[in-house]
Ligand binder design. Structure first.
Ligand code: CP
Ligand code: NVA
Length: 311
């Protein structure tokens, strides 16, 4: 566990980025500060609020956790969150995103967006002169990574000496998580089927941060020495038409008791889970699962992020 003073004790980090589009927008020290503050907010040691602050939440895809955690988080901070779904606003009827960005920035103190195209959150950040937070794109899910690292830190008392295995699709959640592990110094081993890896861009970013993940020789190799095994759905939102093409590639990648036998690894999943596909019901319902801590920690981590972005 970090022995640094919490961010609330040291004050806002210098040079905190204007936007949070992926986890390596932060330095390692800023990431640590966000996690420190998240713990302090969670325990009540930090009572920072953001009164009369509004977060506009733009969703092109469905959400349970992201929507509910940002909305309740803003309530707890003394602010307000405004839900803008795909059918609710003129964006869904042809208004350019750059116009939406500038209009929303005139009302809201920050914008959180869940889009298909990662370029869309970049466009929002370019045109909105308030902080933009990525609430998931096809390429990245950095808010999930904040909660994941907070969960590992709390479960293991720190991030050093924890070995994590990612087993499954090299998708948006995996990509941000790999970069977050590299930034935070978490040992990561990855098992992804051929053609569904993290992507060279992510491996290059991890290498640039000094910690490329180990590429395992299949799921059994990946989990052998893992303290935590993490997976996500095999068919992400927007990929439904690729379902028949993708599923056969993931044969053998399911988190089940046979794969985990002989390990005492904990299990993580960002949720929603598709029981019977990437994970079995007995594994996700077992004592191994950290999934509910992960889900709750979304709120604490995002509250900390918003405080850092807005103070
Ligand atoms: N993990 C996550 O982002 O969940 P939602 O899709 O429910 O927001
Ligand atoms: N990879 C999943 C994550 C959902 C939170 C998706 O993009 O659908």
């Amino acid at each position: 566990m970090s022995t640094n003073p919490t961010a609330s004790e040291t004050g806002p980090s210098d040079d905190f980025p204007a936007d949070f589009l992926d986890v390596d927008d932060l330095t390692a020290a800023q990431l640590d500060a966000v996690l420190d503050r998240a713990e302090a907010l969670k325990t009540g040691r930090d009572a920072t609020t953001l009164p009369r602050t509004t977060l506009a939440m733009l969703f092109e895809k469905p959400s349970t956790r992201t929507r509910a955690s940002f909305e309740t988080g803003m309530t707890q901070l003394g602010g307000h969150a405004m839900f803008l779904g795909p059918d609710d606003i003129q964006l869904g009827h042809g208004e350019p995103l750059k116009d939406t960005a500038r209009a929303l920035a005139g009302y809201a103190d920050a914008i959180m967006a869940r889009t298909f195209d990662h370029g869309d959150v970049e466009t929002l950040a370019e045109y909105a002169d308030v902080p933009v937070v990525n609430g998931l794109t096809d390429e990245a899910h950095p808010c999930q990574t904040l909660a994941d690292l907070l969960t590992i830190r709390q479960a293991f008392g720190g991030l050093d000496d924890v070995s994590v295995a990612w087993v499954g699709d090299g998708n948006n959640v995996a990509r941000s998580f790999a970069v977050g592990c590299a930034l935070a110094g978490v040992d990561l081993t990855v098992a992804t089927p051929d053609g569904f890896g993290l992507g060279d861009d992510v491996l290059d970013r991890c290498t640039g941060l000094g910690a490329a993940p180990t590429l395992a020789d299949g799921p059994a190799d990946a989990v052998a020495d893992a303290d935590v095994v993490y997976t996500d759905v095999w068919v992400s939102m927007g990929q439904e038409k690729r379902r028949e093409e993708k599923l056969p590639a993931f044969d053998g990648y399911q988190l089940n008791e046979a794969l985990l036998a002989g390990t005492d690894a904990d299990v993580m999943h960002c949720l929603p889970a598709h029981r019977g596909e990437e994970i079995t019901d007995d594994v996700i319902e077992s004592d191994r699962a950290l999934v509910w801590e992960q889900a709750e920690n979304r709120m604490h981590a995002q509250k900390a992020l918003l405080v850092e972005l807005l103070t």
